[in-house]
Design a protein around this ligand. Structure first.
Ligand SMILES: NC(=O)c1ccc[n+]([C@@H]2O[C@H](COP(=O)([O-])OP(=O)(O)OC[C@H]3O[C@@H](n4cnc5c(N)ncnc54)[C@H](OP(=O)(O)O)[C@@H]3O)[C@@H](O)[C@H]2O)c1
Length: 328
């Protein structure tokens, strides 16, 4: 049995990863914070170690004696730059230093990166690994710095990064608001042109994250991953959600100028109060890019990745799960 450490194990993606690793008989250790909610890990046969990647002293016990390490922990919804940087960049460096010091012979380290590290693109060019990385947001920049902190060690450790686009599925709070909006009979487009996005169901993502420890890989590589269809329009995606919900919806095109003014006001409000609103200028820039898309050919050809969950099935299952738990 292979011993693996999962950071971020109690979160949306981390908890699905833990479930799959247990199904596959891995011996799982979870790095958990004192404040972490443990609902998705309840009654699971795993070893838990309390630690926080921001604090190096809390990491040695977690990394020691592991055959592989999945670094999934990350801040996806920080209040300011240092919120993101402290965990996504400095925290990742701390973890890598602990691995170098306490487990330099670990077989593989997998970093869960993000499409945000590549940055936005145009609909005719879903990002590939050959494209330069141009992160746009604090999240993207700090995830990229974290990715570099891992991949730059490629001569000393066996390291791989996976860059997922938007991830959805049961337990996800990140895309929940989007499902809730559609459940109120509204489908929204920002501006008057189509905007594009790539998606992946968490089950396919978990396959892609485990694949590098079950396959020969070249240290230092990174891979985009997706459901195999690079270009989805936001409106098309919302239509599939509406169909899964079995409801009618009104299509609403929101003009960008008033939205920009509103985002500016809310940005000022955040600077004054420290309270993060639903939309600020950062989020406005993020949401109004023409395309956040990527191509997963490299991981398919090099590692044999094969997406199994179509968007229609994945959305249907997610709606069912949200309904059962009462989130929509
Ligand atoms: N969701 C997506 O669409 C998406 C797309 C691309 C990449 N990703 C990446 O996937 C990873 C997991 O995201 P998610 O969607 O599962 O988010 P999530 O549910 O918020 O999970 C984040 C996890 O990271 C842990 N964490 C945060 N700061 C930490 C710290 N300083 N030390 C130790 N653990 C810490 C959290 O623990 P607490 O519960 O204690 O806060 C939680 O377990 C992130 O690295 C993110 O960048 C996500």
């Amino acid at each position: 049995m292979t011993k693996v450490l999962v950071t971020g194990a109690n979160g949306f993606i981390g908890s699905h990863l833990v479930d799959r690793l247990l199904e596959k008989n891995y011996e799982v250790t979870a790095l958990i914070r004192e404040t972490s909610r443990l609902g998705w890990l309840k009654n699971k046969p795993i070893r838990m170690i309390t630690g926080d990647v921001r604090f190096p002293d809390t990491l040695p016990d977690a990394v020691k004696d592991q055959d592989a390490i999945f670094h999934v922990a990350g801040v996806i919804n920080g209040k300011n730059y240092s919120d993101y940087a402290d965990t996504n960049h400095t925290g990742t460096k701390n973890l890598m230093n602990a691995i170098l010091k306490y487990n330099p012979n670990v077989q593989k380290v997998i970093y869960l990166s993000s499409l945000s590290t590549g940055g936005p693109t145009t609909p005719d060019h879903p990002l590939t690994e050959a494209d330069p990385s141009n992160p746009l947001t604090a999240y993207g920049k700090t995830k990229y710095a974290g990715e570099r902190a891992v991949l730059d060690l490629h001569n000393r450790l066996n390291v791989i990064a996976i860059r997922p686009p938007v991830v959805y599925g049961a337990r996800d709070l990140g895309t929940l608001g989007f499902f809730q909006l559609v459940s109120r009979h509204v489908r929204i487009n920002l501006g008057f042109r189509d905007r594009y996005v790539t998606m992946i169901h968490v089950s396919d993502l978990v396959d892609a994250i485990i694949l590098p420890i079950e396959t020969e890989t070249k240290s230092g590589e990174f891979y985009y991953v997706s459901d195999g269809t690079p270009n989805r329009t936001w409106l098309g995606l919302q239509k599939i959600i509406a169909e899964a919900l079995g409801i009618w919806t009104l299509k609403l095109k929101v003009p960008l100028t008033p939205l920009f003014l509103y985002a500016s006001v809310m940005h000022g409000y955040q600077l004054l109060t420290g309270i993060k609103p639903r939309i600020n200028l950062t989020r406005y820039r993020l949401l109004t890019q023409h395309a956040w898309t990527c191509d997963c050919t490299k991981i398919m050809t090099e590692l044999g990745y094969k997406p199994k969950i179509t968007l229609e099935k994945g959305i249907f299952d997610t709606v069912e799960w949200y309904r059962q738990i009462g989130w929509i």
